[in-house]
Design a protein. Structure first.
Length: 315
């Protein structure tokens, strides 16, 4: 009996033993199902989305972690950590409830990070148009303001990188605002609409043709017609001027349309539309939440639109 018991115990031990990938072997990537932990002395390194490889740890550059420094709140603002609660990251938005300065009143507001935070060589930084939402994964928010992600970079081991959102975001009278372009303009009123459960929106353009201001003859007789067809294109960004285009073999021409249906949840957006690609001048038309899913006709062809959040949003 003693011999049988030892045999079973050893068998169970073998079942739970972890298989390690040897030096130079693949250890991750899209579709990979083998071991993802390397043997001692090796580190799993990102080479591309389909191939991570076990490389000798001694051959890799050292990665140092710089402690996040607590910034000082800008003049006229309050620290997020001392004046805001329930901060979260939702689809590249930083959302929180912050004190307005009126007794204990709080309002919900948000900052769009998609065009402010970027992944550079595996690290999160504050630089121009963002790709962090595409380049990084497993993002989380720690200590109310610390955005932490894993951002693969060629030839570097996977590690967590973090950025303190308070470096450039603060509470201004209840509104979370950024100062990347200079001191922010504080809204004079707050909106009662809460951050939507889904920030995606979709459009269905009708009576479509093409618009090419450099070659008017190209589009003169070109029509895709008629009306909104019920096939909507979905987006999750919040552009201040957006247009679609057709590839006509000439580098592409913008799509114009004489009707449009927009879709969004929770009354999240209104849409302003123009007859020019720059969205300049007064809008030619406006579609409000009460008109969602309706094919709204226009008096003339339009070509571009802006997506305007109806909650407290800093773009």
């Amino acid at each position: 009996m003693r011999s049988a018991f030892l045999t079973i115990g050893l068998g169970l031990g073998m079942v739970y033993a972890q298989t390690l990938a040897p030096l130079w072997a693949q250890c991750g990537g899209i579709g990979f199902t083998g071991p993802t932990v390397c043997v001692e002395g090796a580190t799993c390194v990102y080479l591309n989305a389909y191939h991570f490889q076990c490389l000798a740890t001694s051959s890799l550059p050292t990665t140092t972690s710089t402690p996040l420094v607590e910034p000082t709140a800008p003049p006229g603002s309050l620290s997020i950590k001392t004046s805001c609660v329930n901060t979260t990251i939702q689809q590249e938005w930083f959302v929180g409830w912050c004190l307005t300065g009126e007794h204990k009143k709080r309002i919900q507001s948000s900052v769009y990070l998609g065009n402010k935070v970027k992944a550079v060589n595996g690290d999160l930084t504050w630089q121009g148009d963002s790709n962090y939402g595409v380049a990084c994964y497993s993002c989380q928010l720690n200590n109310l303001t610390e955005l932490s992600c894993i951002c693969p970079a060629y030839g570097k081991p996977l590690y967590r990188t973090a950025i303190n959102l308070e470096d450039h975001i603060a509470n201004y009278q209840g509104h979370l605002l950024n100062d990347l372009a200079g001191p922010p303009v504080v809204p004079t009123r707050s909106r009662s609409t809460l951050f939507p459960g889904d920030v995606n929106w979709a459009y269905d353009a009708g009576d479509t043709s093409c618009f090419d201001k450099s070659n008017t003859e190209l589009c003169e007789y070109l029509t895709w017609g008629p009306g909104c067809d019920g096939v909507a294109s979905e987006r999750n960004t919040v552009p201040n001027c957006y247009y679609d285009f057709f590839d006509l073999g000439n580098g592409g021409s913008a799509m114009n349309f004489k009707s449009m249906a927009f879709y969004a949840t929770d009354g999240a957006y209104k849409f302003e539309l123009w007859d020019n690609l720059e969205c300049s001048g007064p809008p030619s038309a406006t579609i409000t939440p009460s008109e969602y899913a309706q094919c709204v006709p226009f008096r003339k062809p339009l070509v571009a639109w802006a997506v305007i959040p109806q909650w407290n949003a800093d773009l």
